[in-house]
Design a binder for this molecule. Structure first.
Ligand code: GTP
Length: 752
C-alpha cells in the first residue's frame, strides 16, 4: 500500500491532498500557476463530422479499421509529467485539432471537466480517437494525481499498451512507480517518452538510468537527444540513423566523409543496398515490436511536448511497437467463440443522455438497440445508441467490433467494472466451455466465474460527514451519491447508525473535495462537509475469554444459544479477524454454524471498543457452543457478536495509526529546516540521497502528522520542495499518543 503527497511549491496557492489505498499515495499541487483566464468548456472541434471546416479528417474514415490497425493506448505518468500536453500535441499532429490546447490556459481537449480546467489537472481519464498513418488509435489520457490512481488502473485494465511519460529532469518519480506496477499487474506493454527535454536540469542519461534502476526495466534507446535543456533541438533516430531537428536553420551531416552510392554510377548496387537496408530495418523494428509486446524491454524516446518536439516519432512508435488487440493474449476469448464479451470500465452521467458507459469489446459486435446481459448484476438491459468517444463530444456509429472501445447510451444499471455479454444463455454456454458449468443450471453462480478480473478497491483511510442543506434535500443527496458511486467505485458512502449522518469515504482530500464540488455543480446541491479525519484501526494485546447466553422465545419458538470464546492478538497486518474452532466443538456443529459465526465475528470487529474503528489482527476461537434445535441463524449471530464485543472490551486495547513512507525532494540549502520539522512530526528518517542537484529525504512519518504539511514545507523551502508519501503499514501508537487521541475524541463513534 502506498500513499504519496507532493507539493509544487512555487509561491502559489495550492491544493492540499492526501490519498491512501493499497497503492496509497497522496500529493499536494499548486494551482495558481495555471489559474489564467478560463476559456469556455466547448471547443470548436473541426474534426467532428458535420462541424465547421473540412481541412481536418473525418472520424468516419476510421470507424471500422482492421483489428491489426487498432491501438488501444493509455498515457500514464507521475503528476505534471506532461501527459495532457503530449495528448494535445498528438491530437494536433494527427489532424484532429487545429490549434494547440494548453493546460496552463485551461483549453485542452481531454481535460474537459470544469474542475480539470480550473485546476489544470486530469481527474477523469478521457478517451480520444484519431488516426495516424492508417492506424486507428484509441488513446486514454489518465490522471497523474494519486487520489485518482484507481481511475488509472481501471483504464489500464482495458488497454493493450501504454506510453509512460517522464519529466526528463526528474526521471522515475513516486507515482511513476505506482502506475508502472499497475501496468505490470495487467501485463501491459509500454514505451517510455522522456518529456521536458527542454527543461533546465533535463538529463537523458539520468532518466534512462532511473528507468533501469527503479523500474528494473530494460531500456531500448531508440533515440538520443540532440542537446539538453536550453540547447535541446531534436532527436537522433537510432534505428534509421536519422537526425530529426525541429529547428529548420540548423545544418546536418556536413561532417560526413562517406561517399554515397549514386543513381547515375551504381544504379543496381544502390537498389540492392536500399532493399537490404530496408529489410534489415524492418527486421530490427519487428524485433523491437516483439520484445516490447513480450514486455522484455521498453523502447525509450525523448522530446518536449510543450516545445513541440518529438511527438510525431512518438506516434510512429505507438503504431510500430505497441501491440494490436489481436496480439494480446486473453485466455477467456476461447469461451465466447465470437459471442459478445465486453468490460464496462467507465460510467459518466450526462444531463441529456443519461448514463454513458465506456465498454472495451473483447469479442463480438455491438450495435445500437442491442439487449445485453450484465453478469455482475445478473440483469439484462438494452442500449439505445452507440457512440465513438472524442473527449466530451461523441459521434454516432452503426456498429463496433472486437478490439474497440465503445461508448454506449441507455445502460442504466451497468456500473464501472461490470462484465457484459450478449445474453444469459451465452454466459452459461461460455461457462460450460470454460468447464465451470457444474453448478445448478439457472443460478448466476456459474456465469459469475466468467467475470473479468476487476480492479481491487482499497479501503479508504480518509472520511468525513456530508450534510444536505435541509432534511428535505437528503433524498437528492442520496441520489447524487448513488450516481457518483456508479461512476467511481473508489468513493464509499456509509450511514452512521448513531448520528444518522452520511459519511463519505474517499481516497484523499482532493478526491473528497472534487466529489463535494461535483454534487454542487452537477446536482445543484450545496452540501456541508465535516472535518476530514484519518481512519485509525484498533487491536487487542492479550487473550481474553467471554461467555454469553441468549435465550429468547418468539411466538411459540424458543431460541437458545450459549457460547464461550476467546479473542486474542495474531501476527501484525493479518487484516480481518480469523475464526477458529477448538477441537471439542463437534464437526457437525461447526458445519451448521460456520457462516453465521463468521459473519457475527466480522461484524463485531467492524466497530472496535476504543473509538469505533475496525479491529484487525485478532483471532477468535470458539471453545464451546450450544444451540437448541429451531434456533434461527439471526439469534446465533446476535449471541456470537455480543460475546466477541464483550471479549474485545475486556482485553487490553491498542490504537493503530497509518504510517507513511515519505520522500521529500529539496535543494541542499533547505535540508536542515526540513529535517528539523520532520523530527517534530514524529518522523523517522532512513536515508538522504542525492538526485541531480537535489537532496531526497526518505523516511517514515505518521499520517496524522502530515495534515497541512504542504503549506509548512512551502514556507520552509521558499516553495522549492516537492514531496510524496506512500502508505506503509498500520503501527501501534505510543501510550502517550493514544491517550491524547482518546481524550480528544472521547465519546466520538466513527463509522467506516
Ligand atoms: N518545459 C516543459 N514543460 C512542459 C512540457 N510538457 C508539459 N509541460 C508543462 O508541465 C505542466 C504539466 O503538464 P500537463 O500536460 O498538465 O501534465 P499532466 O501529466 O497531464 O498532469 P496531470 O494530468 O495533472 O497529472 C504544465 O505546466 C505544462 O505546460 C515540456 O515538454 N517541457
Amino acid at each position: 500500500m502506498f500513499i504519496s503527497w507532493r507539493m509544487f511549491a512555487m509561491n502559489h496557492q495550492r491544493i492540499f491532498s492526501v490519498h491512501i489505498n493499497t497503492m496509497c499515495y497522496c500529493k499536494i499541487k499548486a494551482i495558481l500557476k495555471r489559474s489564467k483566464t478560463r476559456v469556455p468548456l466547448r471547443r470548436n472541434y473541426g474534426s467532428l463530422p458535420g462541424v465547421v471546416g473540412n481541412d481536418v479528417k473525418s472520424l468516419y474514415s476510421i470507424i471500422s479499421p482492421p483489428v491489426a490497425k487498432i491501438r488501444n493506448i493509455g498515457i500514464m505518468a507521475h503528476i505534471d509529467a506532461g501527459k495532457t500536453t503530449t495528448t494535445e500535441r498528438i491530437l494536433y499532429y494527427s489532424g484532429y485539432t487545429r490549434s494547440l490546447g494548453d493546460v496552463d490556459d485551461g483549453d485542452t481537449v481531454t481535460d474537459f471537466m470544469a474542475q480539470e480546467r480550473e485546476r489544470g489537472i486530469t481527474i477523469q481519464s478521457a478517451a480520444v480517437t484519431f488516426d495516424w498513418k492508417g492506424y486507428r488509435v484509441n488513446l486514454i489520457d489518465t490522471p497523474g494525481h494519486v487520489d485518482f490512481t484507481l481511475e488509472v488502473e481501471r483504464c489500464l485494465r482495458v488497454l493493450d499498451g501504454a506510453v509512460a511519460v517522464f519529466d526528463a529532469s526528474a526521471g522515475v518519480e513516486a507515482q511513476t512507480l505506482t502506475v508502472w506496477k499497475q501496468a505490470d499487474k495487467h501485463k501491459i506493454p509500454r514505451i517510455c517518452f522522456l518529456n521536458k527535454m527542454d527543461k533546465t536540469g533535463a538529463s537523458f542519461n539520468y532518466a534512462v538510468e532511473s528507468i533501469r534502476e527503479k523500474l528494473k526495466a530494460k531500456p531500448l534507446l531508440l533515440q538520443l537527444p540532440i542537446g539538453e535543456a536550453k540547447t535541446f533541438k531534436g532527436v537522433v533516430d537510432v534505428v534509421n540513423k536519422e537526425k530529426l531537428v525541429w529547428n529548420p536553420n540548423s545544418g546536418d551531416g556536413k561532417d560526413f566523409e562517406r561517399k554515397p552510392l549514386l543513381e547515375t554510377s551504381d544504379p543496381g548496387l544502390l537498389k540492392e543496398a536500399i532493399e537490404a537496408r530496408n529489410s534489415l530495418i524492418e527486421q530490427l523494428q519487428t524485433a523491437i515490436h516483439r520484445v516490447t509486446v513480450a514486455r522484455a524491454a521498453v523502447p525509450v524516446l525523448c522530446g518536449s511536448a510543450l516545445k513541440n518536439k518529438g511527438v510525431q516519432p512518438l506516434l510512429d512508435a505507438i503504431t510500430k511497437y505497441l501491440p494490436s488487440p489481436e496480439e494480446r493474449e486473453y485466455g477467456f476469448l476461447q469461451w465466447y467463440k465470437g459471442d459478445l464479451c465486453a468490460l464496462a470500465f467507465k460510467v459518466l452521467h450526462d444531463k441529456q443522455r443519461g448514463p454513458l458507459v465506456f465498454l472495451r469489446i473483447y469479442s463480438g459486435t455491438l450495435t445500437p438497440q442491442l439487449a445485453i446481459h450484465n453478469i455482475n448484476r445478473n440483469c439484462t438491459e438494452r442500449m439505445s445508441r452507440l457512440l465513438l468517444p472524442f473527449a466530451d463530444q461523441h459521434v454516432e456509429i452503426p456498429s463496433l467490433t472486437a478490439g474497440n472501445i465503445a461508448l454506449t447510451v441507455g445502460l442504466k444499471q451497468t456500473a464501472t467494472g461490470d462484465t457484459i455479454v450478449s445474453s444469459k444463455s451465452s454466459a452459461l454456454a461460455a461457462a460450460r466451455r470454460a468447464g465451470r458449468g457444474e453448478k445448478k443450471p439457472g443460478k448466476n453462480g456459474e456465469a459469475e466465474s466468467l467475470l473479468l478480473a476487476g480492479v481491487e478497491i482499497p479501503d479508504p483511510v480518509f472520511f468525513c460527514t456530508i450534510e444536505p442543506p435541509s432534511m428535505a434535500k437528503q433524498p437528492d443527496l442520496d441520489h447524487a451519491l448513488e450516481r457518483l458511486q456508479r461512476e467511481d467505485p473508489s468513493l464509499k458512502v456509509r450511514l452512521d447508525p448513531d448520528s444518522g449522518q452520511t459519511v463519505l469515504c474517499g481516497m484523499g482530500e482532493l478526491h473528497i473535495e472534487i466529489i463535494h464540488d461535483r454534487i454542487k455543480r452537477e446536482y445543484g446541491l450545496e452540501t456541508y462537509l465535516g472535518p476530514l479525519q484519518v481512519a485509525y484501526r484498533e487491536t487487542i494485546l492479550n487473550s481474553v475469554r467471554a461467555t454469553d447466553t441468549l435465550d429468547r422465545t418468539l411466538g411459540d419458538k424458543r431460541h437458545f444459544v450459549r457460547a464461550e470464546l476467546e479473542a486474542g492478538p495474531v501476527g501484525a497486518s493479518s487484516g480481518m479477524a480469523v475464526v477458529e474452532y477448538a477441537d471439542c466443538v463437534s464437526e457437525d456443529l461447526v458445519q451448521a454454524s460456520r457462516e453465521a459465526v463468521e459473519s457475527a465475528v466480522h461484524s463485531a470487529c467492524l466497530q472496535g471498543p476504543l473509538l469505533g474503528f475496525p479491529v484487525q489482527d485478532v483471532a477468535v476461537t470458539l471453545h464451546s457452543l450450544t444451540i437448541h434445535p429451531g434456533t434461527s441463524p439471526t439469534m446465533l449471530n446476535a449471541c456470537i457478536s455480543r460475546c466477541v464485543q464483550k471479549a474485545l472490551k475486556k482485553a487490553d486495547k491498542q490504537l493503530l495509526e497509518p504510517l507513511m513512507s515519505l520522500e521529500v525532494t529539496v535543494t541542499g540549502d533547505y535540508i536542515s529546516p526540513v529535517l528539523a520539522d520532520l523530527a517534530q512530526r514524529r518522523g523517522n528518517i532512513q536515508e538522504i540521497q542525492t538526485r541531480q542537484d537535489n537532496k531526497v529525504v526518505i523516511g517514515f512519518v505518521p499520517l496524522a502528522e502530515m495534515m497541512g504539511y504542504s503549506t509548512v514545507l512551502r514556507t520552509l523551502t521558499s516553495g522549492s520542495a516537492t514531496f510524496a508519501l506512500e502508505f506503509s503499514t498500520y503501527q501501534a501508537m505510543s501510550p502517550q499518543d493514544q491517550s491524547n487521541l482518546l481524550s480528544q475524541r472521547g465519546g466520538l463513534i466513527q463509522v467506516l
